[in-house]
Write a protein that binds this ligand. Sequence first.
Ligand code: SF4
Ligand code: SF4
Length: 98
Amino acid sequence: MGSEQRAGSRGSQLTYVVNDNCIKCKLMDCVEVCPVDCFYEGENMLVIHPDECIDCGVCEPECPVEAIRPDTGSGLEKWLKINASPKRSRSRAGKYNC
Ligand code: SF4
Ligand code: SF4
């Protein structure tokens, strides 16, 4: 994927995505630091709403299993779609139970 393609709908705005390293994590250190509460519950992992993420990057180092990656990374196509899916839960993360 080229760097011009984004998961969100804000043109050139970057976002971050969560990948499968997150599955069944119960730490949620990422959620605690997100200033805009844009983590949502997925089926068995968290996802980041691409239109709400402000690309601050503070969550990335908080994740101990490197599940949070910039959307410019390679091999993230599947996870970009899952994070951006309109089927994502409307529940913001925080009540997340695996
Ligand atoms: S993104 Fe990282 S810290 Fe956050 S719930 Fe997933 S694995 Fe845990
Ligand atoms: S980059 Fe910032 S706004 Fe986006 S999910 Fe992480 S903490 Fe939240």
